[in-house]
Every structure is written in C-alpha cells, then in structure tokens.
Ligand binder design. Structure first.
Ligand code: PGA
Length: 255
C-alpha cells in the first residue's frame, strides 16, 4: 500500500510578513478540497507566527527551516526548538544542503538538532543528498548512508516514527535539473533498506521519504508514482500558490 504522501514547501529566504500571509492564504484556499495529502509549509522564522494565524483551522501544517539545539542562552541570532514550537509549528527542516554548504552544518550538528527538535515535540524533516562531484564519482549511496548514520546516531525506533527524510541531490536543487524518477527511486530504496538495517522492517516500511530538487507540476506525478517516493520537499515551485497547489493535487490523485 502507498504511504500517505507528504508535500512540504520550503520557502527559503523569501517573503516579508505581508507577502507570506498572502501566499499562505492563497494556499489555504486552493487546498481546501485536499483530504489525503499532508501539506506542510515552511516560511522564514519571522513569518511563522503570522502564517500560523492564517492557516488556522485548515489542515495545513507549519514548519521552520532550521533551529538551534540549545534551549536558551547567549547565542545571538539563534532560535531554539521551543521558540519554533511556540509559533504553532510542528515540523522543522534540519540539515538542508544550503545549511550544510553555507553555514557549516555537519552530520554531528544535524544529529544534535534532531534530538532537540524531538525533545520539544517538533517533527524533523532531515535532508540528505550528494553533490554532483559525488554522484559522478559514483559514491552517492556511500555519502547518503554516512549522512543517515550520522544524523540518526542515538535516535530510537520510536523517535524514528516522527521523522521524515528528504532525499535532495544537491545538483538538482534550484537548478531545474531533476533526478530522473529511476535515479531518485534507486536512492530512496537504498535509504529504506538502510533504515531497515539500522532499525527494523516496520520502521523502514512506515518511513516517509520525500524527494527534493526542482520538483514542479510537470515532473511531480512521475516522481511521486515511484514505490519509495512518499512526497516532495519543494523549493522554487512552492513560492506560487498555483504551482504548489497543483503539485498537491497531483499527489492527492495518486492516493
Ligand atoms: P528547489 O528546492 O525545488 O527549488 O530545487 C528544493 C529544496 O531545496 O528543498
């Protein structure tokens, strides 16, 4: 049986508060008919609370794009899991490749953030993926495997049930180049196998594994039809209510 499809929108560093509220409202209206697909929107920190007001009693979930692992203290500019939770968010993206690339995040910091998120009742969307050089050197599975082992070190099977993995090949993010459904499926299948090894078959079977990297209405169906692709983490195409809602409607039809 197909797992529930989860479509998340990563707004990245886009939208002032008024723009964010407008976009959230358009998404809310355009997805009112959705009953099966889980929808998560991840605006910037500044817009979390106002967007939460807008999505109010709809089924749309709110997520942050990052957080710091400490509870509180002298960490100028950082935001704790508890603070994120207090906005109404129940998800948080952790270890996005842009955070790894520009802000020095490592498997170790990703692991600390996952633990802090879970302790505060946030569900992590944990991003993994290889660079173009790594794909060309045919070490994709090795790289992704290392990221996964590092990220989930010390995470229990019970905690794993609250986690989503997003496989995002770095070379496909924001480039318009999508992994082919077969390329993505191959890695998703291997991720599920690895989770079965690290935990058990049941945990692996239930795990939601999203694909991310230039997902748009034109390629959503072929990607989401793959056996081990359970959703999408959408960047560019989530900044317009039309294209984001189109992807969600494609997902809805597949369930
Ligand atoms: P993209 O971004 O859809 O713009 O490629 C995806 C992501 O970075 O999560």
């Amino acid at each position: 049986m197909k797992r529930q499809i989860v479509i998340a929108g990563n707004w990245k560093m886009h939208k002032t508060n008024s723009e964010a509220m407008q976009l959230a409202n358009q998404i809310r209206i355009k997805t009112m008919d959705i009953t099966k697909t889980r929808i998560i929107i991840c605006p910037p920190f500044t817009a979390l609370a106002p967007v939460f007001e807008i999505i109010g009693d709809s089924k749309i979930h709110l997520g942050a794009q990052n957080m710091f692992w400490e509870k509180e203290g002298a960490y100028t500019g950082e935001i704790s899991a508890g603070m994120v939770k207090s906005t109404g968010a129940d998800y948080v993206i952790i270890g996005h490749s842009e955070r790894r690339q520009y802000f020095g995040e490592t498997d170790e910091t990703v692991n600390k953030k996952i633990k802090a998120a879970l302790e505060n009742g946030l569900k992590p969307i944990v991003c993994v993926g290889e660079t173009l050089d790594e794909r060309e050197a045919q070490i994709t599975l090795k790289v992704v495997g290392k990221q996964i082992r590092g990220a989930f070190d010390g995470i229990s099977a019970e905690q794993m049930s609250k986690i989503i993995i997003a496989y995002e090949p770095v070379w496909a993010i924001g480039t318009g180049k999508t992994a082919t459904p077969e390329q993505a499926q191959e890695v998703h299948g291997e991720i599920r196998k690895l989770i079965a090894e690290l935990y058990d078959a049941q945990v692996a079977e239930k795990l939601i594994i999203q694909y991310g990297g230039s997902v748009k209405p034109a390629n959503a169906e072929s990607l989401l039809s793959q056996q081990d692709i359970d959703g999408a983490l959408v960047g560019g195409a989530c900044l317009k209510a039309d294209s984001f809602s189109e992807i969600i409607h494609i997902a809805e039809k597949l369930q």
